[in-house]
Ligand binder design. Structure first.
Ligand code: ASP
Ligand code: MG
Length: 434
């Protein structure tokens, strides 16, 4: 039987200091002793990326994007080389590679580059030589100008993407994301003490949860897993307990319920009052925001009355000052009455593939929030999600009320497929294919 190939990714908290790095190396060595080949992806140690960003910020308000990416990439160089040395100390042959050395090419967008391709030749060569390959996460190299390669980074949390992309490209048998929690929960356990760990969550549900604020996995990594059908295991690097599998879930229809809650405190709301109700106005507002890289989340426009309408939208708090600056001249030009903003907003979401085609979830959500005295300011939905914008200081109340209203603390009924396989416990065989 050919050897199994396992990709393991360790997050920043798992490699935060020398002690933890030694523990990661010990875990990797244990896995290798079972007879598999290993590619290990690491994030930067602890808050190293934030510290590098702060250093750049202390030098200039406006760091050059190319230089900044080169600087940020060093965080992962540190952790990768140290993990490799820790393996050497255990007598395990290992080599650390930068993203570029690992064959990861990207487009040229500094700070948020997307992976364009992976040439696995070097990695396979090192594996063939009997080494564990440690890859610096969160980075690649761009080949926009032939002969002039540049280091790029993949956006915050991008090591998840490195891990999943490598699992797909190498056709790994398993893709494990080690983190500081045991897996995906029905809600943030720090807010909801009886939040329950989910054994399985579908790609679609995980995308929505991650997008709406669940911080365990980067959205793009989940998307990449979905597209390439990589089964992703999220598990604790500190405890030896089963994690959560992110994969295609054929039992979604049968579960027919809310799977989890997500919340996000980083929300600001902008309302444009008495906007002229005529063609071209929305474009005039949102085009310059898009150009400036402001990510607009939910947009709500009311039915017009007497030739005007109100327009509200949400953004992340960090973009509020920029948004105001961009819109002030436009307001004067187009003749709005005023712009009001609220930076202390948050959103809470219920997510579950079973929500689609089943009526009643919205009204249950609104009833639970009403009973808890939480005012809903904006509502938005997708097929498998309902999101309410609320005041930030009510997040905890809201999340607890919703967790209770949808009985998320109760174990899900085990659904059986025709062959009698129990869906909720279909862990273990996490075969991935690219
Ligand atoms: N070190 C990078 C960050 O902090 C990438 C990662 O951790 O995945 O965003
Ligand atoms: Mg991270």
């Amino acid at each position: 039987m050919p050897k199994q190939l396992v990709v393991q990714k360790f997050g920043g908290s798992s490699v935060a200091n020398a002690d933890r790095i030694r523990r990661v190396a010990a875990r990797v060595a244990r896995e290798r002793a079972t007879g598999c080949d290993l590619v290990v992806v690491v994030s930067a140690m602890g808050d190293a990326t934030d510290e590098l960003l702060a250093l750049a910020g202390a030098i200039t308000d406006d760091p050059d994007p190319r230089e900044l990416d080169m600087l940020l990439a060093t965080g992962e160089h540190q952790s990768a080389t140290l993990v490799s040395m820790a393996l050497h100390a255990l007598g395990v042959p290992a080599i650390a590679l930068t993203g570029a050395q690992a064959g990861i090419t990207t487009d040229g967008k500094y700070g948020k580059a997307r992976i364009a391709g992976i040439d696995p030749e070097r990695i396979f060569k090192e594996i063939g030589a009997g080494r564990v390959v440690i890859v610096a996460g969160f980075q690649g190299q761009s080949q926009v100008d032939p002969g002039l390669s540049e280091i790029t980074t993949l956006g915050r949390g991008g090591s998840d993407t490195t891990g999943v992309a490598l699992a797909a490209a190498l056709e790994a048998d398993r893709c494990q994301i080690f983190t500081d929690v045991r897996g995906i929960y029905t809600a943030d356990p720090r807010l909801v003490p009886d939040a329950r760990q989910l054994p399985v969550v579908s790609y679609e549900e995980m995308m929505e949860l991650a997008h709406q604020g669940a911080q365990v996995m980067q959205v793009r990594a989940v998307e990449l897993g979905w597209v390439n059908n990589v089964v992703i295991e999220v598990l604790s690097s500190f405890e030896d307990v089963p994690g959560t599998l992110i994969k295609e879930d054929p039992f979604v229809e049968q579960r027919n319920k809310v799977r989890g809650l997500a919340h996000d405190r980083n929300v600001a709301k902008v309302t444009l009052v008495e906007v002229p109700d005529r063609p071209g106005v929305a474009h005039a507002v949102f085009a310059p925001l898009a150009e400036a890289g402001v990510n607009v989340d939910t947009i709500v426009q009311n039915v017009g009355h007497h030739g005007t309408t109100d327009l509200s939208f949400t953004i992340t708090r960090g973009d509020l000052a920029k948004t105001k600056r961009i819109l002030e001249p436009i307001i004067r030009e187009l003749g709005f009455r005023e712009m009001t903003t609220d930076s202390a907003m948050a959103k809470v979401s219920i997510v579950g593939a079973g929500i689609q085609n089943a009526p009643g979830y919205a009204s249950r959500m609104f009833a639970a929030l009403a009973e808890a005295g939480v005012n809903i300011e904006i509502i938005s939905t997708s097929e498998i999600r309902i999101t309410c914008m609320i005041a930030e200081d009510q997040v905890e109340t809201a999340v607890r009320a919703l967790h209770k209203a949808f009985s998320l603390e109760e174990p899900e009924p085990v659904v059986q497929d025709q062959a009698g396989e129990a869906a909720a416990s279909s862990g273990g065989a996490a075969k991935t294919s690219a």
